[in-house]
Unconditional design. Structure first.
Lengths: 206, 714, 153
């Protein structure tokens, strides 16, 4: 009885590893280059397809976690509410006495225990509530990114520039120990954004 | 009214008083621990120095519950000392002088500190006072009966002297054989909010804990433990660890692999860099889910009876209404803020140990024996301890032994051995996982006619030197079923227990068995009363026999305004429980939080712990028991995953109560002339069932599996 | 290369691994043990110090990050907010085991320097990162209010 249960446990363990292995393979899959979309003749359809590809970055936990729809950012690949329970505060940099900078520094800092890190960047902060992505569809996020009232007043060209070169965006590809990076490279993400803008910046439905 | 109403009134008074004191246990005191040769030390607990300071020797560890203040209060009151002249000093490890009278050895636990010291410390103070009075009588040539003592001043007519001025004379006298103790109406400090002796040092950072000890030439050690309980080291590749700057050595001891370094950062990085192959062939590999299933299977059978009245099976068969429940309680870590730590040093053939020891003689004995040092050559430098909740000692003293072995394996000088938080959460010695199967029956009138409760859990006493005769001879461990049979009496009443075996080491944890027995009984009875159409307070009062439990329940209901309508969206629940000789009832007012978990707004508490030595400390312990109990009930679980590996490892996964989750607490202390009993633990048992009862009223959900985060979201 | 910074108003230096968190530099090398280790992963707040006057968890602050900056610990914190917080803490006997209290006190001072009259929710927000296993939270809240009142007077 006991031996059976243990054997079952061992089987489950092996299975668990196999599943985790698959997941890992999927996650290291990069971004498809702009050229991969050249075959789509209709510019609108091509634009939507490119944005959908960009969605692999935009909807990744590394990005969504700090684009919360509430005052509280999320944490980790499981996207649990940030613990300690922090709040965005009046300037999206935390509350008096517990600011983002109380824990987050200008760069990632690995824990001494060898497991994980506190992420960091000189400009570490939450996206303003107008730019919330948490819980939204890719189509909704796309509309939002195009809307100057909800994108920090940026033109589409400025959005492309932001995605290609902003170093806080770039943190997503270098998130520190214990965190899955977003797929591809920032350069690829920038190229996809330029191609999306060039193809008419169309948004997925829904 | 909140727990801290004396604030404004006492603000200036207590601030100036306490700020006027030197640090009772600060660096200066610990640097010069032995102040022998002072003129007047009438007994092992009191010393009066010529500078008019009264030092009270404290035999209990101070890990937060206030015994240092409480014991000093007992002495100071009987002496009629002024509180500002009182100092405290931690006693050496010496059983004949300083044993816990309830244990027979030095130790702090079971909420016994004030209770066992009540007459002892008062006698020590009364004896000292009598000698000071006699010294003054001789000096002034007046009858002792003409002498008055008040606030540290001895006087007769116009003559006045301080304790310090009389100390040398008093030291020449013999202590009275039977010092006369005060009657309660004569108390001047007992019953008042005497300021804590340790607040200043613990506010300005000067309080010294074991972790703060620095010794010349000291190295820091950290340890890697086996990932599953019962695992051992098979082989170690230490090259990467040794390459960490500051790492000095890596040694294997039976407890795990120890890394020595110039600072604790390097030691911890070294541990992270170890490549250890573990032998897990004998490890406990069952998961929490498997243990729950096996324990539940056992709890379906009667087990060993601890209560058997009437015919429960027949009464259940004939009951008009029945209720059945299976309760699941997880393993819980204590997680004191200061993880386990020790500093050891040899000086010639003498051993010095710095420790916030919960069992001073036991731990020092274990360390000395491990190192082959005679006990007489070993000195314990007792420190403040950063919390314990039961964690700082185990029957086998295995942390003390681990620290000694780590010290011995280094062999080149003093070692500070400190667990990381990960060692702490994953290190075992948990509150035992427990399953209760409970069945109850009502007759047509709504009377509870049958109660059948069986508990399956591990025993942490079995097979240890602390095993009592009932456990040894009958195989019954009272901790499993603590308080169940005493809480309510029914005509047909069965309580049984199964001692389960598992390789996960367990331990006493703040309020011990009451952590789960109170929850099962007080939620189950609440539900039965609801089925009978009875009010939770009135229904309990009908059932309860013990007048002191009845009194706290009635008082808690009164201050909570039980019966009045709670604000919209809120419900109130109640629970009452006696533990460690103290009686506590709580009413919790609860709403539903955004996370689907209870948001507890306020808790009304009534407590009867005999004579209230320090009401402010009692209120603080009610707050603390509530906060500690609530945090674990809502969020905490140590879960064994695949292969018996603990899933949690730090406060990110072993969630602690945070400030926004702490309810307001209002405490009523019942007047009593009974001898004082403890308050460190009794505040805890009622909070989880009180919240659960409110939650069931609010959401309809009866929570059978703790924590709420796992079994109680609504 | 040594890291130089100002510690409690005086020059300080650490000549070791620049990745060493400030916590361990303070405790193990500079002998300032009032700042405590509680978790090592910025979850509990026991290690809170002030970096250029603001609350900062020293367990996740590599010492290189404080180069040329002002570090204040519980041993050196001063000023009217510090005095008010100390007095308020002692007046109502906030501490129990006391191990977390250096961090609580530093966080509370950091809050009061920014918010003169914090509300309950301001206190919840500022103190959310400081765990007290003894659950002295009721008194922490009260002491912060008391300190704010004292500062007003």
């Amino acid at each position: 009885m006991k031996a059976g249960a243990l054997a079952l446990g061992a089987a489950a363990l092996t299975l668990g590893i196999a599943i985790a292995g698959q997941a890992r393979e999927q996650k290291v899959e990069g971004l498809r280059p702009v050229s991969a979309f050249a075959g789509i003749a209709d510019p609108g359809a091509r634009s939507v397809a490119i944005f959908t590809e960009m969605g692999k970055v935009i909807q990744h936990p590394r990005c969504v976690n700090c684009h919360p729809r509430t005052d509280r950012p999320l944490q980790g690949d499981a996207q649990l509410p940030h613990d300690p329970p922090v709040s965005r505060g009046p300037a999206d940099r935390g509350m008096a006495g517990l600011e983002c900078g109380t824990c987050h520094g200008p760069r990632n800092v690995a824990f001494a225990n060898g497991k994980g890190s506190v992420p960091g960047h000189p400009e570490w902060h939450a996206a303003p509530i107008a730019m919330a992505w948490e819980g939204k569809t890719l189509g909704q996020i796309c509309q939002q990114i195009k809307d100057r009232k909800r994108n920090g007043g940026k033109s589409l060209d400025q959005i492309a520039e932001h995605n290609a070169h902003d170093s806080l965006v770039g943190w997503g590809w270098n998130p520190g120990p214990g965190r899955t990076p977003v797929p591809g490279t920032q350069a690829q993400f920038g190229e996809l954004t330029r191609a999306w803008v060039a193809s008419g910046a169309k948004c997925p439905a829904g | 009214m909140n727990a801290i109403t004396p604030t404004r009134r006492n603000f200036l008074q207590s601030a100036s008083l306490v700020l006027g004191m030197t640090l009772p246990l600060g660096k200066a005191a610990s640097a010069a621990p032995a102040q022998s040769g002072l003129p007047f030390a009438p007994n092992a607990f009191v010393r009066v120095s010529p500078d008019n300071l009264v030092t009270v020797i404290i035999k209990h560890v101070e890990f937060g519950q206030g015994p240092a203040t409480g014991l000093a209060t007992l002495v100071a009151d009987e002496m009629d000392a002024d509180w500002s002249q009182i100092r405290v000093e931690m006693s050496p490890a010496n059983d004949p002088l300083y044993k816990n009278l309830a244990f027979g050895t030095m130790g702090t636990g079971g909420s016994t500190a004030i209770g066992n010291s009540w007459l002892q410390m008062r006698s020590a103070g009364a004896s000292a006072k009598a000698m000071l009075v006699e010294a003054a009588a001789k000096r002034w040539g007046v009858p002792a009966a003409s002498i008055k003592v008040s606030k540290g001043v001895v006087s007769s007519g116009r003559r006045k002297a301080s304790f310090g001025e009389l100390a040398a004379d008093a030291a020449q006298l013999k202590p009275p054989e039977k010092p006369v103790l005060k009657t309660p109406d004569q108390f001047t400090l007992i019953g008042r909010d005497t300021p804590r002796v340790d607040s200043v040092a613990k506010t300005n950072g000067t309080a010294m804990f074991t972790m703060d000890i620095q010794r010349p030439g000291m190295v820091h050690s950290a340890i890697a433990h086996p990932p599953a309980f019962g695992g051992t080291v098979k082989s170690v590749i230490d090259s990467a660890a040794l390459a960490v700057p500051g790492v000095l050595a890596v040694k294997t001891i039976p407890h795990g692999v120890v890394v020595y370094a110039r600072d604790s950062y390097a030691a911890r990085k070294g541990v992270a860099a170890l490549d250890v192959t573990w032998d897990l062939s004998k490890a406990e590999k069952r998961t929490t889910e498997e243990l729950y299933a096996q324990f539940a299977e056992a709890a379906e059978t009667p087990g060993k009876p601890v209560e058997k009245t009437g015919d429960t099976a027949a009464a259940l068969r004939g009951a008009a209404k029945k209720l059945e429940a299976v309760y699941q309680f997880p393993y819980l870590a204590h997680a004191p803020m200061e993880p386990l730590d020790a500093v050891l040093e040899m000086n010639g053939d003498r051993l010095d140990v710095w420790l916030g020891s919960q069992f001073q003689v036991g731990e020092l004995t274990a360390i000395a024996a491990t190192l082959g040092v005679p006990f007489e050559k070993a000195t314990l430098h007792q420190q403040f301890a950063g919390g314990s909740f039961g964690r700082r000692v185990t029957p086998a003293m295995e942390f003390a032994v681990e620290a000694a072995l780590a010290f011995k394996a280094w062999g080149k000088g003093p070692v500070k051995h400190v667990w990381t938080r990960e060692n702490d959460i994953r290190g075992g010695r948990y509150r035992p996982l427990a399953v209760h199967v409970v069945r109850g029956g009502l007759d047509p009138s709504g009377k509870i006619v049958a109660w059948d409760q069986v508990v399956a859990a591990q025993s942490f006493m079995k097979g240890t030197p602390m095993e009592g005769p009932e456990l040894k001879n009958k195989g019954i461990d009272d901790a499993l079923t603590e308080g169940i049979a005493e809480s309510y009496k029914f005509a047909n009443h069965y309580v049984g227990q199964h001692i389960m075996e598992a390789g996960v080491p367990t331990l006493w944890w703040r309020s011990v068995g009451n952590t789960h027995t109170a929850y099962a009984v007080e939620t189950f009875v609440d539900q039965l009363l609801e089925m009978a159409g009875k009010d939770p307070v009135a229904g309990r009062l009908e059932l309860m026999e013990d007048p002191r439990t009845r009194a706290v329940l009635a008082r808690a209901a009164e201050i909570a305004g039980w019966g009045s309508k709670p604000p919209a969206g809120r419900a109130r629940g109640v629970a009452a429980w006696k533990s460690f000789g103290s009686y506590v009832a709580q009413v919790a007012e609860v709403s539903k939080g955004a996370d689907g978990l209870p948001k507890v707004h306020k808790v009304w508490v009534a407590v009867d712990c005999g004579i209230a030595v320090n009401p402010n400390v009692i209120r603080a312990q009610m707050e603390s028991g509530i906060g500690y109990g609530l945090g674990h009930a809502l969020y905490s679980e140590v879960e064994l995953g695949e292969g018996g590996i603990v899933k949690q490892e730090n406060f990110d996964s072993y969630r602690s109560l945070r400030i926004a989750e702490m309810p307001a607490v209002e405490v009523a202390i019942l007047a009593s002339d009974a001898n004082p009993t403890g308050v460190g633990e009794p505040g805890l048992p009622p909070i989880a069932p009180a919240v659960a009862n409110a939650w069931r009223k609010l959401t309809g959900k009866a929570v059978r599996r703790l924590p709420f985060a796992v079994g109680g979201r609504a | 290369m040594a890291t130089d910074f100002t510690l409690n108003g005086k020059p300080a230096s650490f000549d070791g691994d620049p990745e060493t968190p400030l916590l361990y530099v303070l405790r193990d090398h500079l002998g300032l043990t009032g700042t405590k280790y509680g978790c090592g992963i910025a979850q509990c707040g026991a290690c809170t110090v002030h970096l250029d006057g603001k609350n900062r968890r020293s367990c996740v602050t590599p010492v290189s990050m404080v180069s040329g900056r002002q570090v204040t610990t519980i041993e050196g914190v001063a000023g009217k907010e510090a005095e008010a917080v100390h007095n308020a803490w002692v007046a109502i006997d906030v501490p129990q085991c006391g191990f977390c209290q250096s961090g609580q006190v530093m966080s509370a001072i950091g809050l009061l320097r920014i918010k003169k009259k914090p509300s309950d929710s301001d206190i919840d927000a500022a103190m959310a990162g400081n765990i007290c296993r003894c659950a002295t939270y009721v008194r922490i809240r009260q002491a912060i209010h008391d300190a704010a009142h004292a500062l007003e007077a």
